[in-house]
Design a protein around this ligand. Structure first.
Ligand SMILES: C[C@H]1O[C@@H](n2cnc3c(O)ncnc32)[C@H](O)[C@@H]1O
Ligand SMILES: [Zn+2]
Length: 441
């Protein structure tokens, strides 16, 4: 069962036995078959297994939980981390971010997305919802790193018919490319950027294409008060109603931010079964000046999930940190310490996130793909263990993740990731070259 050569554990599927871990409050062992499916989460702690698994991982008392699901990011923005901080959203986008993005090359997207995947694996994320550009390169990076992703092209027609045609083509091409990969870890979605960058015709095309392809929709919604007032002035209705009139609000839709929704819009998102992705760190850093109305959205039946947004407005991809900020921001902003209790924050980052992306993961039960992370409870910040969920939400962070498994394949073991340094160097060099190109025009 146990192989001396643990290095051989990386790179392909094996049958695995993970012993001596804590799930919720119970000490259990977990068995994963060579197809990457959890076959048992058993109360077998302490029993000497006589199984014939290829590898045994001694969890040494670590907390085992479903891999975290980042339901809103722009992964390749790792290359823009720290490039522009301390600005309001529209200036940040128009004066700094979009001008630099104009100089991005395909290899930049590859290196930046690989860096993002390494950062997510290291901090316990096993699936992410991405919206960016040159996404064939993102797919290449995701395929190589072993993580799970829903990839959408950032559709921006700027209300121009000619540009809209090109955006539709790019969206169709990405969907066809991802279908051709036939990789169960990589799925496509449609990514209309926002109501202030996509025409109603563009939104309607995106909604129809998503329905025809049976894929998801990923959009920014009501991030700022200006977005709402401009929408009412332009379209005569609030953003959620405008999106609904274009067919965008569906059970396959992830709406990111949702800061400035009113009660009627919360009810509309609930009625349509939309997933509302809360990005508390980005919202606070860009000063959106209102927190997502989490309790109203949850009460209305919307699926509340969690995202980091991109690394230029966070500036990391640590979903354990994001959970904590979500739980305390909601308490602070709505002036109620009972809002978003720890178990609900953990659900946002795991089961709800998997539901938002249509993934079979998000729970540690037999019969589902093994997306599992082990979080040390031997770090000072995680001792004592009165309440594992409390520790996961309020005291630990991504640095305490020891082992990350996605689709049954070990991506990180005891904090070691193969080829990590090579990826970090490649991305660092790409970032320097990008800024040099931008500066030389
Ligand atoms: C895909 C495009 O979206 C841009 N972007 C990154 N973060 C945000 C945000 O918080 N709101 C709106 N748009 C955002 C990114 O730079 C790409 O241009
Ligand atoms: Zn975003």
């Amino acid at each position: 069962m146990t192989s001396d050569d643990m290095d051989g554990i990386f790179g392909k599927n094996h049958s695995l036995l993970i012993t001596n871990v804590v799930v919720d409050t119970k000490k259990v062992d977990i068995v994963i078959d060579e197809k990457g499916i959890i076959t048992s989460v058993g109360e077998m702690a302490g029993k000497a297994w006589k199984g014939d698994e290829d590898f045994l991982i001694d969890g040494n008392g670590a907390l085992a939980l479903p891999g975290l699901v980042n339901t809103h990011t722009h992964a390749a923005m790792t290359l823009l981390r720290g490039y522009a901080d301390d600005m309001i959203l529209q200036d940040w986008l128009s004066q700094k971010i979009w001008p630099l993005e104009a100089h991005l090359k395909p290899e930049d997207i590859y290196w930046a997305t690989k860096l993002a995947c390494i950062e997510m694996i290291r901090s316990g994320t096993t699936a992410f919802n991405d919206m960016y550009f040159m996404m064939d390169q993102a797919a290449k990076a995701v395929n190589e790193t072993g993580i799970r992703a829903v990839l959408s092209y950032g559709f921006i027609d700027l209300f121009n018919a000619e540009k809209r045609e090109a955006e539709c083509k790019a969206t169709e091409n990405l969907a066809a490319h991802i279908k051709s990969l036939d990789n169960p870890r990589i799925t496509a979605a449609v990514g209309p950027h926002a109501i202030y960058t996509v025409s109603p015709e563009g939104l309607k095309w995106c909604a129809e294409f998503a329905q025809q392809q049976k894929i998801g929709i990923h959009i920014h919604l009501s991030e700022t008060e200006k977005e709402v007032t401009d929408c009412v002035a332009t379209h005569g209705k609030r953003p959620a109603a405008h999106l609904d009139s274009c067919g965008i609000l569906t059970p396959r839709t992830v709406a990111a931010h949702c800061c400035w929704l009113d009660d009627a819009e919360c009810r509309l998102l609930g009625e349509r079964g939309v997933s509302a992705a809360h990005n508390p760190v980005s919202n606070m850093k860009l000063a959106t000046n209102r927190a997502m109305p989490y309790a109203d959205l949850k009460a209305a039946g919307a699926n509340t999930c969690l995202g980091t947004d991109g690394c230029a407005s966070n500036n990391n991809l640590d979903m354990l940190e994001e959970m904590k900020v979500a739980a305390i921001l909601q308490k602070f902003f709505w002036n109620n310490p009972t809002v978003l209790p720890a178990p609900e924050a953990l659900a946002m980052a795991s089961a709800n996130g998997a539901k938002a992306l249509g993934l079979p993961t998000g729970r540690l039960v037999a019969g589902v793909p093994a997306d599992i992370i082990l979080v040390s409870n031997r770090d000072a910040c995680n001792i004592p263990l009165h309440n594992a969920t409390s520790n996961l939400v309020y005291s630990t962070n991504g640095g305490s993740v020891e082992t990350t498994i996605c689709n049954g394949r070990v991506l990180m073991l005891d904090r070691g990731i193969p080829d990590e340094a090579y990826v970090l160097n490649g991305a660092a060099e790409a970032a320097v070259a990008l800024v040099e190109r931008a500066q030389s025009g």
